[in-house]
Design a protein around this ligand. Structure first.
Ligand SMILES: Cc1cc2nc3c(=O)[nH]c(=O)nc-3n(C[C@H](O)[C@H](O)[C@H](O)COP(=O)(O)OP(=O)(O)OC[C@H]3O[C@@H](n4cnc5c(N)ncnc54)[C@H](O)[C@@H]3O)c2cc1C
Length: 395
């Protein structure tokens, strides 16, 4: 597939850039991280603004309100969002990047009609209830139980690390519907309305200080059978569709933002002085920055490959795991580099001496979680070894 930008792509870029140039400053600054209702209002408001301008979920099929954007248009979209430092999906990462796409691929016509337009317009926020205290990397070991009772499943269990559950309307919930079957065969994928009786949300504080994580305690929660996506006990297959969206192009805009971050690090290196010389005068540091830029270029080429692949099948290919692995590990190296450039100024949670300490520190701390979220680096390496390179299975 030709991934060079055409005249039509550049026309789209011009239109979108000029819209962003007005829309981003007009939309205003994000609210404080702990103000969850305000964060929901801010992120869903931006989604609505995108929708009204015809720029929401452009990779979705036209039939579902997207634009059927070509792979190169999608790349232009990510580049322009990052360039304009526009808000991006925010608290509805799950709904926009993998819950909605999973419904488009696997949902019934009724499920699509009920949820897709609302996700698109920023009216519905989703979270992901996959992990459990005893089931993270080995997700198929999950124990949350769903027992059929007429037209409902009665769900009991405990989910953990449920990001943004406190602002979500629905949850992608994995449950065990057949405990006697081999572990991958007895799972179902449910749409859990978060306002049902029996759901308790407990916040978990992170290193960054934000309470974005939660535990979900589910006690006799009655979920309508019509809210199951895919066949009963076929949830592992549906889960893999969701994970491919999650590990596919979902990080593309963030990867492009890394380019901006590296440019900011280089800018800071020109400002910082040590022993009467600028940090930038250190050849080893410049070499490191150059190396990081080369890695970012390689990563962006891999994103292009993934976008091209998913445009052929509608679902991102397995190579998305390599993008996720490289992106998350590079993010940690960039965070470390930023801290070294800042030196003592990096100890402050506020900007110091005209340096962006606050943002650099937040980015560096956040990066620590990225090699765990959406599957750890070790798990991505296992998948690459077994499913891409065809090496023997670990067990
Ligand atoms: C920022 C962030 C957001 C998240 N958001 C959500 C969310 O919204 N919803 C949700 O359901 N979950 C979420 N998670 C949870 C995430 O999916 C799990 O943390 C992840 O899958 C790892 O599981 P675990 O924490 O149980 O670690 P474990 O699986 O217990 O792993 C512990 C260590 O053992 C290693 N390990 C485990 N198995 C193997 C193996 N077979 N081979 C080699 N090494 C192995 C791991 O790599 C890791 O280093 C989030 C996590 C983070 C960090």
């Amino acid at each position: 597939m030709d991934l060079r930008y055409s005249e039509a792509d550049e026309k789209f870029r011009g239109e979108f850039r000029s819209w962003l140039n007005d829309a981003v400053p007009a939309y205003g600054d994000p609210p404080p991280p702990h103000d969850w209702p305000a964060r929901r209002a801010y992120d869903t408001g931006w989604q609505r603004t995108l929708y009204q301008a015809g720029y929401a979920c452009i990779d979705w099929p036209k039939q579902y309100g997207g634009r059927d954007a070509s792979p190169t248009e999608q790349l232009v979209y990510f580049e322009e969002i990052a360039r304009a430092r526009a808000p991006y999906v925010g608290i509805n990462f799950v709904g926009i990047k993998h819950g909605g796409p999973t419904l488009i691929a696997e949902g019934t016509p009724e499920q699509k009609a009920r949820h897709i337009p609302r996700i698109l317009k920023g009216e519905e926020v989703w979270c992901q209830g996959f992990s459990e205290p005893g089931a993270g990397s080995d997700l198929a070991s999950l124990q949350t139980r769903a027992v059929r009772d007429g037209d409902h499943y009665v769900v009991n269990g405990h989910k953990i690390w449920t990001t943004y559950a406190q602002v979500a309307d629905y949850c992608e919930l994995l449950v065990r519907t057949d405990p006697a079957a081999p572990k991958h065969k007895g799972i179902s994928w449910l749409i859990l309305p978060m306002n049902l009786p029996g759901i308790e949300i407990g916040p978990l504080r992170t290193l960054v200080g934000e309470g974005e994580f939660n535990e979900l305690f589910l006690e006799d929660v009655r979920v309508p059978v019509e809210d199951r996506v895919g066949a009963e006990n076929d949830g592992w297959r549906v889960t893999n569709v969701t994970l491919r969206f999650e590990r596919g192009t979902a990080f593309a805009a963030a990867i492009y933002s890394q380019q901006e971050f590296l440019a900011d690090i280089a800018r800071a290196a020109r400002q910082v002085t040590r022993d009467d010389a600028r940090a930038w005068d250190d050849t080893a540091l410049r070499k490191e920055i150059g190396h990081a830029q080369a890695e970012l270029d390689a990563l962006w080429a891999m994103v292009k490959m993934g976008v091209s692949e998913s445009s052929k099948t509608g679902v991102p290919g397995i190579a998305g795991v390599a993008v996720k692995l490289l992106y998350s590990e590079l993010d940690q190296r960039l965070g470390d580099l930023a801290m070294r450039v800042l030196g003592r100024a990096g100890l402050s949670r506020d900007d110091v001496g005209g340096l962006p300490s606050k943002r650099f520190l937040a980015t560096a701390l956040k990066s620590i979680s990225l090699t765990i979220a959406a599957g750890t680096s070790q798990i991505q390496r296992n998948i690459i070894a077994e499913r891409i390179l065809g090496l023997p299975k670990e067990r």
